[in-house]
Design a protein around this ligand. Structure first.
Ligand code: SIN
Length: 327
């Protein structure tokens, strides 16, 4: 009798100890941008909210500035469970779905409000599932902003870009967009852009005010054309295996914290589109070129034919729905 009571006590003790000392679930969140950006701030807010609400059960580790993985490797690593969350640009999902190429079509959205309207529509939300067949789950969209063109020479009209080399994200639509200008696109990781510009291995690139400022591209690019010709937004992703393996209650608390962090990141995106542009103006390192309506019309005429090339892969009704999100 005494022996069985002792055995029960030992088992109970072991169970208690395993609960007290159980390792928290670790969510490694990898991204390529600086911390003072919409994505950097969103990831840090997510880490803080999880620490506050689920500190003993879940630990978020944030790896900014391509410290853990570059965007060319992160999704493969996610499928191997080497990283659990990331928010690559929508331009970087080509190997997982062709549908998200929609967001790269030049001059599709007038501004970030239109992008937001489309993303929150039924069709926009459906696109979050476009990568599921490949084992990934889209948990939400996050804004960065509209893209601008930077270069070593002033770009006022499309002919100015002819013959220049531009770094692009790994997107065939973006490649076609620069080819339509008679320029040479080069698909390169974000972590290499500053050096490529500084060493003049390339002549220009396209990016948001936030990325141009936080990665100091403006210090090595004397001209920035305020073209607003495309959007750079993100999809926060995880792997199906990791996400569905979480206890249901925990999953919904993590999702709630993530949604709140995304809302915060979107607010940061709106602010940074204004403040980072202003910081670049104040620095006087780069001249900002504003286009006249006639000049802008030339860029639209040169780039928009790209839509036709990708209409089949993306789907004409999706393109129409996105376009209709403009006021
Ligand atoms: C990012 O904002 O995550 C990187 C964008 C880029 O590769 O240009």
């Amino acid at each position: 009798m005494r022996q069985s009571i002792l055995a029960i006590l030992m088992v109970a003790g072991l169970l208690l100890a395993s609960q007290v000392y159980a390792d928290p679930i670790v969510i490694k969140f990898s991204h390529v941008v600086a911390e003072n950006t919409p994505k950097g701030q969103m990831a840090n807010r997510f880490k803080a909210l999880i620490a506050e609400r689920l500190g003993d059960k879940v630990l978020v580790e944030v790896y900014p500035n391509s410290q853990l993985f570059g965007d060319n490797k992160v999704l493969e690593a996610m499928l191997l469970n080497d990283v659990q969350m990331a928010a690559p640009s929508l331009s970087k999902f080509k190997r997982y779905t062709k549908k998200l190429q929609l967001f790269d079509l030049p001059f599709l959205f007038n501004d970030i409000d239109a992008v937001d309207r489309f993303q929150q529509s039924a069709q926009g939300k459906t696109l979050l599932h476009a990568v599921e067949k490949k084992g990934l789950i889209g948990l939400g969209y996050l804004h960065n902003g509209m893209k601008q063109l930077s270069a070593s020479k002033p770009l006022r009209v499309p002919a100015d870009a002819k013959g220049l080399k531009f770094r692009i994200m790994a997107s065939d639509v973006l490649a076609a967009q620069f080819e339509a200008l008679g320029a040479t696109p080069l698909k390169k990781p974000f972590s290499e852009v500053f050096t490529l510009l500084q060493t003049k291995a390339i002549d220009g690139q396209e990016n948001t005010w936030s990325n141009i400022y936080s990665k100091k591209f403006y210090e090595v690019q004397p001209y920035i054309t305020e073209s607003n010709h495309g959007v750079l937004d993100y999809m926060v992703v995880t792997s199906k295996e990791f996400w569905m393996g979480l206890p249901e209650e925990l999953r919904s608390e993590i999702k709630q914290a993530l949604d709140e962090s995304i809302a915060f990141g979107n607010q940061v995106a709106l602010e940074k589109a204004v403040s980072d542009k202003q910081a670049i103006i104040t620095s006087k390192r780069s001249e900002i070129i504003e286009l006249t309506p006639e000049e802008r019309a030339q860029w639209v005429a040169a780039m928009k034919p790209v839509w036709k090339q990708f209409e089949k892969q993306i789907g004409p009704s999706l393109i129409e729905a996105a376009y209709n999100a403009n006021p």
